[in-house]
Ligand binder design. Structure first.
Ligand SMILES: Cc1cc2nc3c(=O)[nH]c(=O)nc-3n(C[C@H](O)[C@H](O)[C@H](O)COP(=O)(O)OP(=O)(O)OC[C@H]3O[C@@H](n4cnc5c(N)ncnc54)[C@H](O)[C@@H]3O)c2cc1C
Length: 469
């Protein structure tokens, strides 16, 4: 349903920004970076693309790349051709798109892995249930992709990533099915599920999973809190994460993020605080949350509000959040680099990590692009640390875009590693993050992972090059 997907840009072709919108975007980037942008480049035309004939005969021994929604940002579904092979098979899981069974008593659903976010919500709604996992790629990414990459979505605290919602999972491996038991929790040794979560298509094809589902929230409370600086906001976010209040939303935007997402223009950092429940009113939680924020200088001039859409800053943020991928494609068409990177670190390292990342990435932007803009938000917060998420925008030189992008990404990942952060909080490893992942994971664990690969995929045909050689 809906218009065709773009073959080169994010999302639906008819939602790609038109020429006037792209010109307006160019003006904004010029204002923010102080550098001339454009003119808009000619857009790729499908008719001009020539696909070579298939190189693989049926039954050829060939690598297989499981393909969910194809929204990987780390080169997870690129069909890189390993030595000794003639071609690669991309395995489209899009037809595994149904909720198969609902256990209302335990509040779980058995769901096929190729289902995309909107179809999952629609089919669960027929049972009066919801899943509430909203990564920014929600419209096009799939349950199997979320599990295979350990995606993080809606909830800023507690059930931040998909792991929390997977009760049991079924994966087909070249050695046969790998199925984990349906239990709410088990202390029987290392968790078999742990091998599937984050396996990124290298150990098997996830075909279905029993997922924990929810009753839709009946009560909501939300507030927009302004801080004089990002550091003060981060102190408040930390105390909120450690308070036991567990807000569903606790996203802190630095002044640049607040500006480009249309949330605030006055140079303030903005905390979007929210609570939701299917069971009880939330006034007491919000009152305490605002008191915590207030103790760090947070101001909430409009007070809290309830309801799904109230036209407040959180709505502006959510609209901009789902529009942003279209703008990223539009920026590329203007000759502007636009990408993101993210990490997580403990609170004791947060300030120095942020400082290191900002100074090194801004330096890389100046060096390789001549100018650039770097913004940050905290997407998820934990009692022991935070997940900062960075966006960079910079003018690119025609023909040198990939090299410039690579240099900025390298500077970012090096800075994160030097400052004690992980190479990724939720974007996964793929091919792009491999060098840093190889250094980050304990060496014995690397050997265990390779042994698992040799056991489940002895011919090494599943997504070669991702996670490990
Ligand atoms: C604009 C944009 C916004 C994003 N926002 C978020 C976000 O908010 N949170 C987040 O966590 N991520 C985000 N991502 C990253 C991406 O959407 C996630 O990694 C997502 O989980 C990938 O799902 P997918 O179905 O598209 O998987 P794909 O991109 O198709 O595949 C990703 C990896 O999983 C493997 N895989 C896919 N399906 C299966 C399966 N059934 N069995 C085994 N392996 C499989 C693939 O081989 C590949 O290695 C974003 C990406 C984009 C482009």
């Amino acid at each position: 349903v809906g218009s065709a997907l773009s073959f080169w840009a994010w999302g639906r072709a008819d939602r790609f920004p038109d020429l006037a919108a792209r010109r307006a975007l160019a003006e904004q980037v010029e204002f923010l970076t102080g550098r001339a942008v454009g003119p808009p480049r000619d857009l790729p035309v499908a008719e001009k693309v020539r696909l070579p004939p298939p190189r693989l005969a049926e039954k050829a021994r060939a690598p297989v790349v499981p393909f969910g929604g194809g929204t990987s940002v780390v080169g997870g579904v690129e069909p890189a051709l390993p030595a000794g092979f003639n071609g690669v098979v991309s395995l489209d899981l899009g037809r595994l798109d149904r909720v198969l069974e609902v256990d209302e008593v335990s509040r779980c659903a058995r769901v096929q892995a190729g289902i995309r976010g909107p179809a999952l919500e629609e089919q669960l709604a027929a049972h009066g249930l919801t899943f509430r996992h909203y990564p920014q790629s929600f419209e096009f990414s799939t349950l199997g992709g979320w599990i295979a990459t350990r995606a993080a979505g809606h909830f800023a605290t507690l059930a931040t990533r998909i792991d929390h919602q997977v009760q049991a999972v079924r994966m087909l491996t070249p050695r046969g099915p790998y199925e984990t038991p349906r239990v709410p929790s088990s202390g029987a040794g290392p968790a078999p599920q742990g091998l599937v979560l984050g396996s990124e298509g290298t150990l098997g094809v996830i075909t279905e999973a029993w997922m924990r589902v929810l009753r839709p929230p009946r009560w909501r409370s939300r507030a927009t809190v302004f801080f004089d600086g990002f550091a003060a906001g981060a102190h408040a976010a930390r105390e909120l994460a450690q308070s036991g209040l567990f807000p569903s939303n606790c996203r802190l935007l630095d002044p640049g993020e607040a500006l480009v997402h249309g949330v605030a223009t006055g140079g303030a950092a903005v905390l979007l605080l929210g609570f939701e429940s299917a069971d009880h009113p939330l006034d007491a939680w919000m009152a305490r949350g605002l008191a915590v924020a207030g103790a760090h200088g947070g101001r909430c001039p409009d007070g809290p509000s309830s309801g799904e859409r109230t036209g407040d800053a959180a709505d502006a943020w959510r609209d901009a959040f789902f529009r942003a991928p279209y703008l990223q494609s539009a920026l590329v068409s203007l000759g502007v680099l636009a990408d993101t990177f993210e990490t997580a670190c403990t609170w004791d390292r947060f300030e120095s990590l942020h400082e290191t990342v900002v100074s090194r990435v801004e330096e890389a932007l100046r060096l390789h692009c001549g100018a650039g803009l770097l913004t940050c938000r905290l997407t998820h917060v934990y009692p022991d640390g935070a997940a900062p998420y960075y966006t960079f925008v910079a003018p690119a030189r025609a023909g040198a875009e990939i090299e410039q992008w690579r240099e900025v990404k390298r500077a970012a990942a090096d800075a994160v590693a030097a400052a004690g952060g992980t190479v990724t909080h939720h974007h996964a490893v793929g091919r792009v993050h491999r060098p840093w992942y190889d250094r980050e994971r304990p060496e014995p664990f690397g050997r265990v992972l390779r042994a698992a690969k040799e056991t489940l995929d002895p011919a090494g045909v599943l997504n070669p090059g991702v996670l490990m050689e």
